[in-house]
Design a protein around this ligand. Structure first.
Ligand code: FMN
Length: 175
């Protein structure tokens, strides 16, 4: 059994406070490799991962995401210096499932690389909006992309939170 991997999967938790300094390139690449190696329907690798690190663009992403929250003044990425956006071609029936697999691997990969991460919602709304579409154009990303989810990524500024207990009837056995 791959014990280290299993330990990591059990230990990963969402981090909601980040240090401001940028992560190292090799750490970023390790996380991206984890994301790119997620299971994907028919092996088509249809998702893309957009790595946003330019400070003014990180700010723009945070502001657009925040617009769809109850608290548009707050940073929905908790001060993370890197934001990963997972997009899939619009109108691909399995796109959201492929994208979710990528997001899961990115978060687990971040833990394995010694980084903090948190899956952040609302890229669906962000990239359905005109401003989100303009953002992709500004970044030179051609095509019609739908948002699936995003990841706040950076060095954690808090200890790893404790896991909530797993519900007793999570698994149902037929055997
Ligand atoms: C689809 C999805 C959307 C999520 N959206 C957010 C979000 O917008 N903001 C946030 O702080 N956490 C978000 N999370 C993280 C969950 O709140 C977190 O995974 C959950 O509370 C369990 O905690 P853990 O990740 O520490 O095990 C999201 C997770 C998933 C899977």
């Amino acid at each position: 059994m791959q014990e280290e991997m299993l330990k990591g999967l059990l230990a990963r938790r969402s981090i909601r406070k980040f240090r401001p300094e940028q992560i190292k390139e090799e750490e970023l690449q390790a996380v991206l490799q984890a994301g790119m190696n997620a299971p994907n329907a028919k092996g088509r690798q249809i998702p893309i991962i957009v790595v946003v690190q330019k400070p003014e663009e990180v700010k723009a992403v945070k502001e657009l995401n925040a617009r769809f929250t109850q608290n548009p003044g707050a940073d929905p990425y908790y001060g993370a210096p890197t934001v990963l956006l997972v997009l899939v071609p619009r109108d691909e029936p399995l796109g959201p499932l492929d994208g979710a697999a990528v997001l899961t691997n990115l978060c687990n990969g971040a833990y394995a690389a010694g980084l903090g991460s948190c899956w952040i919602n609302r890229p669906q709304m962000m990239f359905d909006s005109e401003e989100g579409k303009q953002m992709l154009q500004r970044w030179g990303i051609q095509g019609d992309w739908a948002g699936v989810g995003s990841v706040a990524l950076g060095y954690p500024a808090v200890d790893l939170p404790a896991a909530a207990p797993r519900k007793a009837d999570y698994c149902r056995y037929v055997r």
